[in-house]
Design a protein around this ligand. Structure first.
Ligand SMILES: [Zn+2]
Length: 338
């Protein structure tokens, strides 16, 4: 029985992506062990000491023993907190690589079953390779570099004002989102390795499925198909200014950090009810451009350039999407989401 493209899209964008995010969160939890809250607590504690010593955050520090003592406390805490992450994060991520590969194989199999209506023998889960292991180990260096930068800033020669103290503590704390981002990147890469094993075993093509709020670069890939083991074209974007001519091909998602797109197996012989899946994906991308569903990191100008490009290159937009795109371009902005 053929399934609708909406069902396939929701399987990838909702069910499968949520599972990956859960895995990322479990690993990040083990890697970071509540460090984010510990940093908040530390900053509050140091601010308390600063206020007692100098009168408040708007008061400059007086050089001397008091300042040196506060800085020594801050340095020791940074050493301890980031040392803890450096010790635990690489192992936590390494332990997650096998489950991520297995997840990719299982999710790929599930997708093929729903899309083709047939059950197939699952390929073997690939072994965890050297590259993924090295990426997991790299977490230690990433954290250590940030620790050293923070300790450099938290030096009596460089801290006279509270803002400078905060800059040092902030540099240390920035290790937390950096570790999260790296875990997400590596886990998504591993899931894709599992998914690719399914592609090779079951389908002649891969099709790019972007995440629900993808950027203008990823949306240019949405619905694109390539033959197995062939890269996607490099440098695509709906925003002409973000295009890279002559860019090397890309193997697949993740295209950038925090990218949760997927490339899934595809065979044009698999029939979906209603609109074929790759076309449904492209229409979804057109809608996203026309409605200006930007990520927080994207500028309105970039999204408007994408709308202009959409109208220029896609003569057969659905009427509602076309109207929406034209009115956004005319107004120079997107109406607030209803
Ligand atoms: Zn993406």
């Amino acid at each position: 029985m053929p399934y609708s493209s909406d069902r396939l899209l929701s399987l990838v964008q909702d069910d499968h992506t949520d599972e990956v995010i859960d895995l990322e969160n479990r690993i990040a939890g083990r890697a970071l062990r509540g460090t984010d809250r510990a940093f908040e607590e530390l900053i509050r504690r140091i601010l308390g000491s600063w206020t007692r010593a100098f009168g408040g955050p708007d008061q400059a520090a007086l050089p001397g023993g008091m300042l040196r003592q506060i800085l020594a406390t801050a340095q020791a805490a940074v050493r301890r907190l980031l040392g803890d992450i450096a010790d635990h994060a690489p192992g936590a991520l390494t332990d997650g690589l096998g489950p991520a590969l297995a997840m990719g194989v299982r999710q790929g199999g599930e997708f093929v079953r729903v899309a083709s209506g047939r059950r197939r023998r699952a390929p073997e889960v690939p072994v965890v390779g050297r590259v993924l292991r090295a990426e997991a180990r790299r977490l230690r260096d990433m954290v250590t570099e940030r620790r050293d930068r923070a300790l450099f800033l938290l030096h009596p020669d460089r801290v006279h004002r509270w803002s400078q103290m905060l800059a040092g503590l902030g540099a240390a704390r920035a290790a937390v989102p950096a570790v999260r981002a790296h875990i997400a990147w590596v886990i998504n890469t591993a899931v894709h390795e599992g998914l690719d094993a399914v592609v090779r075993a079951t389908a002649p093509l891969r099709v790019w499925v972007s995440e629900a709020d993808a950027c203008v670069r990823c949306l240019a890939y949405t619905g694109r198909m390539v033959a197995v083991d062939e890269p996607f074209p490099g440098g695509l974007s709906w925003d002409p200014r973000q295009r890279a001519g002559r860019a090397a091909g890309v193997d697949g998602p993740p295209l950038h950090s925090h990218c949760r797109c997927r490339a899934v197996p595809w065979d044009d012989a698999w029939t979906t009810e209603g609109v074929p899946f790759p076309l449904a994906l492209r229409r979804e991308a057109h809608r996203s451009i026309a409605y200006g569903r930007a990520r927080p990191s994207e500028s309105r100008a970039a999204r408007l350039r994408a709308v202009r490009e959409l109208l220029r290159t896609e003569p057969d937009l659905l009427p509602a999407v076309d109207a929406r795109a034209r009115s956004a371009l005319q107004a120079g902005r997107f109406p607030a989401a209803a």
